[in-house]
Design a protein around this ligand. Sequence first.
Ligand code: CP
Ligand code: NVA
Length: 329
Amino acid sequence: MNLVGRDFLTLKDFTPEEIDGLLKLAAELKEKKKKGIPVDTLRGKNVALIFEKTSTRTRCSFEVAAHDLGMGTTYLDPQGSQIGKKESIKDTARVLAGMYEGIEYRGFGQEIVEELAKYSKVPVWNGLTNEYHPTQMLADMLTIQEEFGYLKGIRLVYMGDARYNMGNSLMIASAKMGMHFTACAPKKYFPNQKLVAECDAYAKESGGTITLTEDVKAATKDADVIYTDVWVSMGEPDAVWEERIHDLTPYRVTREAMENAKPTAIFLHCLPSFHDLKTKIGKEMGERFHLTEMEVTDEVFESDQSRVFEEAENRMHTIKAVMAATLGA
Ligand code: CP
Ligand code: NVA
């Protein structure tokens, strides 16, 4: 596998062999980190981390991974740069590529990160757009592989808004890796048909399948992985909460859903999660709509089947693999 100089914008651009290669590299880097063996062969290099939306995991993963690899980082926060306001993406790409060896971008439309990559002579990594979250996929696949020992044939059910970054990306990753992907949501939350058709083609190659259903019982039956995400994503208006709560409450991940899955099934969530009222938004929405939890019950989130914190840790190891592979560590 040689990914030196490549951008990392969506898993659509990568073959199953390349994805597998990145997962192997991540597992190796994780093992070395646990044993205290340094891998800092990118000493002297620097990366720019652009965040037009907020972050805990992705930012910390890029910073820790870059520092472990020996690199320096600059964090550009949603307010603190000229990007988009006083300077175009095209100019920003050319400025930053002159100073840094790689650029991470988290923001809005996928076309923005594509444009950044087009005009940057150094690799650009997508740290989440409205459409895709590819670094999250590597962490999720690594977590599933650690649990079951393989990906091919795994039955993954995504419950919730399947039209957005997480639903789209899980469908792509599953289809590429020969998994059986089910989006379980009301019809209006199904991923768009063009992407479904593209993923169907990947699945034909890999032996995977794509299913879209409104039926929670049928979807969760014998699942290996049940996955969900927040019902309202960053950048969406507050006005959509009421409709989302109404539409998606039947698709909350509950104990009944987990019990309908295989006894060995695990629960995953990209996080952050509204599984209780201990956050500002969770409390506000809880009070407004008389809820104590949203996309997942606190019981499932805190259960023995939950692997969400292992998954969060794997963000760092997999992001390290992406930077190491594309920068030639
Ligand atoms: N899962 C994820 O991307 O988390 P952050 O928004 O905290 O980066
Ligand atoms: N769908 C969520 C994912 C957060 C990691 C969002 O875009 O806000």
